[in-house]
Design a protein around this ligand. Structure first.
Ligand SMILES: [Fe+2]
Length: 179
């Protein structure tokens, strides 16, 4: 029994070192840019969910429903982005999910644009905040697309083009609410 336990410990130790090396070796320009896309997308998903809960005013039902559609789509999207990173041989935010959220440029601070406001005024502030966060995702997706193009990674190009297209549509919808 003692021998088996010792062997198991050795195996774990070796695989941990191997995993540690893999992190530093296998991060590429593509996986780094996909990490940025993942963090912006995940933070936007949480922000959208938060506004789904807290939006108020005369357009409550339409905004509450629209936000649900958007965070639901984002939940599927972040899984696809993270699994693309894994398929490329890199871990998805190995330092933890806190780092994933903190590195998001717009929604990563966890603050609500509706704080201190009420009703339609709060709803407009939330929509404006979401537009900025969607634009940050578009910017990250375009950078990832460029990195994938440079690497000849057609599959990541395809993924990032789809993300840009989807978020541009969402920006159009959200801006139409403010018109
Ligand atoms: Fe809900």
């Amino acid at each position: 029994m003692a021998g088996k336990s010792s062997t198991a410990k050795k195996t774990l130790s070796v695989s941990a070192v191997t995993a540690g090396k893999a992190v530093s070796i296998q991060q590429t320009a593509v996986t780094k840019s996909l990490h940025a896309l993942l963090s912006e997308s995940y933070a936007l998903m949480l922000l959208t969910h938060h506004y789904h809960w807290n939006v108020e005013g005369p357009h409550f039902i339409s905004l509450h429903t629209l936000f649900e559609q958007q965070y639901t789509e984002l939940f599927a999207a972040v899984d696809i982005i993270a699994e693309r990173i894994r398929a490329l041989g890199a871990p998805a935010f190995p330092e933890g999910y806190g780092a994933m959220l903190q590195s998001a440029s717009v929604a990563g601070d966890g603050k609500s644009a509706g704080k201190g406001l009420t009703g339609a005024e709060a709803a407009r502030a939330m929509v404006k905040h979401l537009i900025k966060a969607h634009e940050a995702v578009i910017s990250a997706a375009k950078k990832a697309r460029k990195a994938a193009e440079n690497a000849g990674d057609d599959e990541s190009v395809d993924l990032t083009v789809q993300r840009v297209t989807l978020h541009q549509k969402n920006v159009w919808m959200l801006k139409s609410i403010l018109a």
